[in-house]
Ligand binder design. Structure first.
Ligand code: NAP
Ligand code: MG
Length: 404
């Protein structure tokens, strides 16, 4: 191997929690630092540091992505009541992903990593299905409340002139209940639509979009109308020239068609649909740990991450001194995605090439039957062996050394 690959602009590196934090360090030590003179601006989004800075660190990291253009993020804990106790938190901090997405705006694209030996549960799915999740608003930025018996919930829009448009949500005269207010903005939906149409053109895949506009005649209908306007104004001719299609349908119909399809398209989803459907698609293609995830902002910022969480159960085993066999592929591909994009933006072909080779070495390792527990359980390969978290990475390093 020749000298180490040099970088220009640093990546925004966002460390995280639990088992993925362990994997993060191993990936850097075993697969990146021996080959690349890594340049990063480091932000520790681990829960302890978020507590210490009252979550300012998360905001700083998001702003750093605006400055440097490309970030890579480790999975992080989103605190709930148990976590508040476990980590002695003064506040139940919001999801760091939510905070970052709100600052960058943009769309999350998730695609499964297909390898020989791991077949989709849906036999017709021979090509990846990429889910584009709208990363702003709806229930993720909601205001909700309990309503006592005898109360009443209303939706009030106060106009710029102070006038009030007041609509009844529910009358809780007979029983207590619950209510929530959600919103989205034309600007965010517009940039979501543009991100999806552009990504479809980039990757030469059809774009599907679905909402529940038969029921939600104003809210969901607005999404559909904005997509139509953006398509007609800026993308229709380009799609025809590229031989790809934009297809709108009702969400129920979309689900039925997705199941019957052979994949190979981008499925644009509203925030909640994307949250839920990406887990379904990932599982159907093999594992949440075999999924890439990238947030693309309308201003050309990119944030790469794993689609899964911090793998808490494995971490507790690790803390007890037990051997773990946790899949590092999604974390690894977050790094390769970020390095490849950095290489592309800075015109560093050696860096982009390294990222591609690291992905190849990872695939070759899995296709040779060297597997972490989750993949061992589902791989159809005849010869296979289960390895621990670190051994998997060492095996990938062996393959990588042979091809760089
Ligand atoms: P999780 O970390 O995704 O893990 C759930 C289960 O899925 C694991 O127990 C494991 O199953 C399997 N799994 C997930 N990733 C795996 C991997 N890389 N290798 C092998 N198996 C894997 O979800 P969670 O345990 O519900 O959440 C833990 C924490 O993650 C929570 O605090 C949550 O807030 C956070 N979270 C963060 C993000 C993010 O930062 N993007 C996303 C989701 C959740 P087995 O135990 O059966 O082996
Ligand atoms: Mg989810």
């Amino acid at each position: 191997m020749s000298d180490k690959i040099k970088m220009h602009t640093p990546l925004v590196e966002m460390d995280g929690d639990e088992m993925t934090r362990i994997i993060w360090k191993l990936v850097k030590e075993i697969l990146l630092e021996p080959f690349v003179e890594l340049k990063t601006e480091y932000y520790d989004l681990g829960l302890k540091e978020r507590e210490k800075t009252h979550d300012q660190i998360t905001v700083d990291a998001a702003n750093a992505i605006k400055k440097l253009g490309v970030g890579v993020k480790c999975a992080t804990i989103t605190p709930n009541a148990e976590r508040v106790k476990e980590y002695n938190l003064t506040e139940m901090y919001k999801s760091p992903n939510g905070t970052i997405r709100a600052i960058l705006d943009g769309t999350v694209f998730r695609a499964p990593i297909l390898v020989r030996g791991i077949e989709a549960y849906i036999p017709t799915w021979t090509k990846p299905i990429t889910i584009a999740r709208h990363a702003y608003g709806d229930i993720y930025k909601n205001t909700e409340a309990l309503a006592a018996k005898g109360s009443k919930a209303e939706l009030v829009i106060t106009g710029p002139d102070g006038s009030e448009d007041r609509r009844l949500i529910a009358d809780f005269a007979k029983t207590a209940g619950i209510s929530q207010g959600i919103h989205n903005t034309d600007a965010s939906i517009d940039s979501f639509a543009k991100a999806c149409f552009s990504y479809a053109l980039d990757t030469k895949q059809d774009l599907w979009f679905a909402t529940k506009d038969t029921i939600s005649k104003i809210y969901d209908r607005r999404f559909r109308d904005i997509f139509d306007e953006v398509f007609e104004a800026s993308y229709k001719e380009k799609f025809t020239a590229a031989g790809i299609e934009y297809f709108y349908t009702l969400i129920d119909d979309a689900i039925a068609r997705v199941i019957r399809s052979d994949g190979g398209f981008i499925w644009a989803c509203k925030n909640y649909d994307g949250d839920v459907m990406s887990d379904m698609v990932a599982t159907a293609f093999g594992s949440l740990a075999m999924m890439t995830s990238v947030l693309v902002s309308p201003n050309g910022y990119y944030e790469y991450e794993a689609a899964h969480g911090t793998v808490q159960k494995h971490y507790y085993k690790y803390l007890d001194g037990e051997t773990t066999s946790t899949n590092s592929v999604a974390t690894l591909f977050a790094w390769t995605g970020a390095l490849a994009k950095r290489g592309e933006l800075d015109s560093l072909p050696r860096l982009t090439d390294f990222a591609a080779k690291l992905e190849l070495a990872t695939r070759l390792t899995i296709e040779e039957g060297i597997l972490t527990g989750d993949l061992y359980a589902i791989s159809s390969l005849k010869t296979k062996r289960q390895v621990d978290t670190e051994t998997f990475l060492l095996e990938v390093a062996q393959k990588l050394k042979a091809i760089v």
